[in-house]
Every structure is written in structure tokens, then in C-alpha cells.
Write a protein that binds this ligand. Structure first.
Ligand code: B12
Length: 463
């Protein structure tokens, strides 16, 4: 069968990061599609269209589909891509009569809402590698009831099949099918990579903590925690280095720096490969040994979820970390020459403007190399979602990041939150100490270009 897999149109820089600037950075390989393509290509002919990374319109997509002539279309969507997904499904169905299947965090969160769209025929909740072949088989018999994770319509009634336990051993999954993607379309945001070409990977699924009140992975739809073995992770990295000439990897695991045994083995294996990398971490799972090991083996930047400079708000979020722990880990990370990045949430329930200013000051005092300030978005299925829903203060149809979709008591309206975010970016980035520190990092013409692009991006974020 011929199958087209689509990542729908989306202006990432403007919608997700809220920057007015137009830069061609930030798009990452949609790994969900890459994994599915790797499973499907064993028996089927696959076309992959990443409309987001290639800035394609629905018209462009339909033209490509008409040439390829698929018998099934699969769309990958997060909640942020909801509007784009429904528009795309409508455009496709106006032009072509092909079944449409939607997968990803969006149908996982809102299966009924997605299926209420007459243009969408099927949805898959949660992970799809284990069930996709069975689904394609079922298209022949039209008997869908034995396909786990599937949602469909029968006599105008929505049917949601039971959810299967996810793949326990991630090593059994095929290597993501990177060959369907034009690597030149993908790069982290400016200043978030040192070497090109760079690619995103993920060595684990789910989170072992599942406590934070705001995180999708800790909510009702959160996945079981599993991780590739260090050997399998290195097999994938070796392929990326040797075949695709990749020079840098961003590991997007919710928490890469966990389990010292895993890190020891991974570092001993990555040592022989010429590659730099960055990752995400929690301040309370990082140890001095871990930081020493990763810094000696290619890691030059760690992104920490810091969230707030107010202990009471961190406690409300059930983050399970202390301000002192944050300070200690950030300075320890600097000690090993690793750049620190921090992600902060503003407009947390219970946050006043004074508390927001305290968070901004905290970010500055930590002397982070980069900080990101986002308005709180209560994801479906999380504890925060329940709170926001009860308060009646969530606009679920708004999914951008600059304008707030949730307005806690401490703020009058979305504009006030937007102003606070602009202020945070201005205060953090446009201060002499930070500018001087950044200027000192410039070592080449390439660095000048990167930092100029970063500055442009930041001006777009703070205006
Ligand atoms: C890397 C990443 C990004 C990257 C790249 C996104 C991309 N193109 O894939 C960037 C930084 C750009 C990004 C941006 C955003 N992200 Co993001 N991101 C992630 C992250 C950390 C990893 C994604 C990943 O690679 N997963 C691994 C793959 C294998 O899993 P998967 O994509 O879920 O795919 C599986 C299933 O969902 C399903 N599936 C997926 N697609 C399809 C399609 C079909 C047809 C089928 C049948 C099945 C199927 O099968 C796949 C294999 O099992 C996840 C958290 C996480 N750990 O998953 C958050 C996550 C997906 N992001 C999230 C959010 C909120 C955002 C933003 C809105 C944030 C913002 N600042 O605006 C934007 C939205 C951008 C967008 N285009 O949707 C949320 C989504 C919540 C939700 N319910 O929608 C998550 C879950 C984080 C969280 N814990 O809250 N993100």
C-alpha cells in the first residue's frame, strides 16, 4: 500500500515561541513519523511531508499527494497542531477521497473531539508502532474492533478501542527512518547548537517521576518510563555520524541525566565518536560524577526545567525541587564548563506580578546562559488542567505561547501576562553583563552569524 505521513503546516517560530522574527530555525525531525515510517516501509511505500519544516501550504501538500497517489494518509498532531490538522483534513477531503488517520498527542488527549470532524476517519491514541500493521490489515476487512489504540466511527457512533501496553523494550523498535527527511531543513534555535548538521533524538519515552502538575507525561495520558540501552542508542548515533555526517545531537528526553549506570556506559561508548551534544535534565537527578562524565564526553549544554523562583509555586506545581538545589546544580554545571539553559513558567496558579518579578530576578542571579519564559498552559489530563477547568479560566482553543490561554487570579487578562513575558526577555537578555558574556563567546564568523540571528529572534520575542 502507498501511505503518506504528514506533519501539518505550522509556523513554529511565531506560534510556538511567540517571536515576530522570521528565521528558519527551530524545526526538528518529527520522530513519531520517523519511527512509524521505519515500521511501515518494510511492507509499504512511504511518502513523508513535513509541511511545518518546509513551509508548505495545504495546496502544496495536495499537489504532492496527487503525484504520489496514496491509499492512506496519516497526520501527526500535538494539541498545538489541532487547527492546522482539521484544516488540512478538510482540504484533502475536498480534493481526494482517501482515508485519513490522525495520531500523536492531540488525538491521545482528545480522541472524541478529533473524530467528531467528519473529514477524519481514524485516530490512534498513544504509541503506534505495535498496532499500525494490524490497522492496515483491518482496512481490507473493515473489521476494526481488534485493533488496540484505534478510534473510529461506526453508524455515526464513536468507538475507542482499548489501549495496549506500550512497547516495553525500546531496543526492539527499528531505527527511525531519517532518510525521508531533508536534513538541511532541521536545526535547533540559534545559540542552541555548536556544530552543524545537528539532529534531535530521544533515548527514552515517558518520565519515571510522573509528579509535576503541569506535565503531559505526568498526567492521565502519561506514558510508562522506558529507555533504549546505551548500546542501542550508540548504534543509532553511529549511523547518524557515519551515514548522515551529523556533528551534534540534541537529546529531547524529558530527563536525559538520570541513572548514573546508564550515563557511565553511554559516556564510555560515545567517547570514540566525533560528536557534541546537549540534553535536558532535572536539577535533583544530576550528580557531580554525571556532570564530569558528560562534560568530558561531548556534552556542552544542559537545559533545566526550573519553572519558578518562588518555592511556594514550585511546591504547588509538585515539582519536587528546592531553590537551593537549583542554585547548587547550576553552579556545579558551570564548574564543569557546561552551558546552562533554564525554562521558566509564568502565570502559574497563585502567581502575582511580584512573584513573577522574583522569578525573573532568580533567572538573572543564576547567571544562566539562556532562559526561556513561557505562559503556563494546562495540558489535557494534568492536575493543572483540572484546576484551570474548575476555575473556568482556560481557553482551550488558544494554543500559542505568547498570548496566555490560562489567566490566574494574579493577572487581569492575557495582555498583562504577555507584558510580563516581554519584560522577562528584556530584563534577562538586554543587560550589560549578559551582553558582555555573550560577546566573549564569539570565536568565529559563524559565531557572529549565530549570535546575530539569536539576537534577532530575542528582539522578536520581547516586542
Ligand atoms: C521534541 C519535542 C518538540 C520539538 C519538535 C516537535 C516535533 N516536531 O516532533 C519542538 C521543540 C519543536 C516542540 C514544540 C512544541 N511542543 Co513539543 N515535545 C517534544 C518532545 C520532548 C519529544 C517529541 C518526540 O520526539 N517524541 C518521540 C516520538 C517517538 O513520540 P511521538 O511524537 O509522541 O509519536 C508517537 C505517538 O504519538 C504516535 N504518533 C505520532 N504521530 C503519529 C501519526 C500517526 C498517523 C499515527 C498513527 C501515530 C502517531 O506514534 C508515535 C510512535 O509511537 C515531547 C515530549 C515527549 N517526551 O514526547 C514534547 C511534546 C510533544 N511537546 C509538547 C508541546 C506542548 C509543544 C509546544 C506546544 C510547545 C510550545 N512552546 O509551543 C510546541 C508545539 C509544536 C508542534 N509542532 O506541535 C507537548 C504536547 C502536549 C499535547 N498534548 O499536545 C509534549 C508531549 C511535551 C509535554 N510533556 O507536555 N516539541
Amino acid at each position: 500500500m502507498k501511505i503518506t505521513l504528514i506533519h501539518p503546516p505550522y509556523n513554529l517560530i511565531q506560534e510556538a515561541y511567540g517571536s515576530k522574527t522570521r528565521i528558519k530555525k527551530g524545526n526538528l525531525i518529527p520522530l513519531g513519523i520517523a519511527y512509524l515510517a521505519a515500521v511501515l516501509e518494510k511492507q509499504h511505500k512511504i511518502q513523508v511531508i513535513d509541511a511545518s519544516a518546509e513551509s508548505l501550504t495545504n495546496k502544496d501538500i495536495i499537489e504532492s499527494i496527487k503525484i504520489f497517489k496514496p491509499e492512506l494518509i496519516g497526520i501527526s498532531a500535538t494539541n498545538a497542531l489541532a487547527k492546522s490538522t482539521h484544516n488540512l483534513a478538510s482540504s484533502i477531503k475536498k480534493n481526494l477521497n482517501i482515508p485519513i488517520l490522525v495520531g500523536g498527542p492531540y488525538p491521545t488527549s482528545y480522541p472524541e473531539k478529533v473524530l467528531m470532524d467528519g473529514n477524519i476517519d481514524f485516530i490512534v491514541q498513544e504509541e503506534a508502532e505495535q498496532i499500525i500493521d494490524l490497522f492496515i490489515e483491518s482496512l481490507k476487512t473493515k473489521n476494526f474492533k481488534n485493533v488496540p489504540n484505534l478510534g473510529y466511527k461506526e453508524n455515526n457512533k464513536i468507538i475507542l478501542n482499548q489501549i495496549k501496553e506500550p512497547q516495553k523494550d525500546l531496543d526492539e523498535l527499528p531505527i527511525p527512518a531519517f532518510h525521508y527527511f531533508k536534513l538541511k531543513n532541521y536545526a535547533p534555535l540559534p545559540n542552541q547548537y555548536k556544530n552543524k548538521p545537528s539532529i534531535n533524538l530521544i533515548t527514552s519515552r515517558g518520565c519515571p517521576y510522573r509528579k509535576c502538575a503541569f506535565c503531559f507525561n505526568a498526567g492521565q495520558k502519561g506514558q510508562l518510563y522506558r529507555r533504549l540501552s546505551p548500546e542501542r542508542a550508540i548504534e543509532i548515533i553511529r549511523l547518524l555520524v557515519n551515514k548522515y555526517k551529523i556533528k551534534e545531537i540534541t537529546f529531547w528526553d524529558d530527563n536525559f541525566l538520570i541513572n548514573i549506570e546508564w550515563i557511565r556506559r553511554f559516556c564510555s561508548l560515545i567517547r570514540g565518536l566525533k560528536i557534541t551534544w546537549t540534553c535536558y535534565g532535572r536539577v535533583d537527578t544530576v550528580s557531580e560524577e554525571m556532570l564530569r562524565l558528560v562534560s568530558e564526553n561531548g556534552c556542552w549544554s544542559i537545559f533545566y526545567g526550573i519553572e519558578s523562583g518562588n518555592q511556594d509555586l514550585l511546591d504547588k506545581l509538585n515539582k519536587g525541587i528546592k531553590l537551593e538545589q537549583i542554585e547548587k546544580t547550576i553552579s556545579l554545571t558551570h564548574k564543569y564548563g557546561i552551558e546552562t539553559r533554564g525554562s521558566f513558567m509564568l502565570a502559574i496558579p497563585g502567581e502575582t506580578k511580584e512573584k513573577a518579578i522574583k522569578t525573573i530576578k532568580f533567572a538573572i542571579e543564576l547567571d544562566l546562559d539562556y532562559a526561556q519564559f513561557l505562559p503556563t498552559y494546562p495540558e489535557y489530563g494534568t492536575k493543572l488542567y483540572e484546576v484551570a477547568l474548575k476555575e473556568g479560566k482556560l481557553n482551550e482553543n488558544y494554543y500559542g505561547r505568547k498570548k496566555a490561554a490560562y489567566i490566574p487570579d494574579g493577572y487581569k487578562n492575557a495582555e498583562e501576562i504577555e507584558k510580563m513575558i516581554n519584560l522577562a526577555y528584556k530584563k534577562f537578555y538586554f543587560r550589560p553583563k549578559y551582553i558582555l558574556k555573550t560577546l566573549k563567546k564569539i570565536k568565529s564568523i559563524d559565531d557572529i552569524k549565530k549570535y546575530a540571528e539569536g539576537l534577532w529572534f530575542m528582539i522578536g520575542m520581547s516586542s
